[in-house]
Design a protein around this ligand. Sequence first.
Ligand SMILES: Nc1ncnc2c1ncn2[C@@H]1O[C@H](COP(=O)(O)OP(=O)(O)OP(=O)(O)O)[C@@H](O)[C@H]1O
Ligand SMILES: [Mg+2]
Length: 277
Amino acid sequence: MNPTRADAAHPGPGQAPLLAVRGLAKAFGGVRAVDGVDFDLHAGELLALIGPNGAGKSTCFDMINGQRRPDAGRVLLAGTDIAGWPPRRIWRAGVGRTFQVAATYGSMTVAENVQMALISRERELFSVRRRASRLHREEAISLLDEVGLAGRADDPCGTLAYGDVKAVELAVALASRPALLLMDEPTAGMAPRERGALMALTRRLVVERGIGVLFTEHSMDVVFAHADRILVLARGRLVAQGAPQAIRKDPKVAEVYFGSGRLLGRGLAQPEGEGRQ
Ligand SMILES: Nc1ncnc2c1ncn2[C@@H]1O[C@H](COP(=O)(O)OP(=O)(O)OP(=O)(O)O)[C@@H](O)[C@H]1O
Ligand SMILES: [Mg+2]
């Protein structure tokens, strides 16, 4: 479906992973929400984390971005263990995120939203030497151009369609120049057409900027159409990981979804372009 994704999924031999998660674990009382999770994510890769409700996806995310401290395990970002660091420090180290419900300020213009993010970054990096806001404006427009919204720069964010608000949120996330972007259910609440557009935009950013993206997603259509690789989590453990074609055929994956009582998405039940075997 996407001509570039096969290349992105196979980084050169010996290339160190951008993110390496090892033995990650977190319990809430007696519930092992995340129970010894291991995976790698390479720069230029769009990796999906899926699983039934309560599988531990959000808890994994929260440990990678610092919102929750792991009970055990390592989160290696380009070789540095960031497990247990505070969120701001992890953000500074190059981990950006978008939220399930887009977090933009409707009363400000599209450009101002991105400028705010740029100012925030500058405060972090050059606390004394703040640059002129005009420069932020140019950089904001350039970021908006990357997400196809330069033409709406001076419109209030509140006037945008939801799909465009999500694109602004991406531009805001890019303002901190992340190496890794975590996207929590990026297409939640979107119409199917908007979903495709947002994921195509995400793919373009992955390819052009060489960032890595980890996203959680309940829409199987989105996952199977856009992910390079898929991690399948159930009751805190990874039960499968691999390319979409392999995950579709993996009986363990269907079992996880049947067992949970969730309906299978089309991506699992009716593989596109494949006869039943
Ligand atoms: N703050 C908390 N206190 C107690 N239990 C929690 C807490 N957060 C999560 N859990 C439990 O940990 C397990 C994993 O939850 P988590 O939210 O990570 O799952 P998820 O895969 O994100 O689910 P969903 O698809 O519904 O978002 C669940 O059993 C959940 O009830
Ligand atoms: Mg969740």
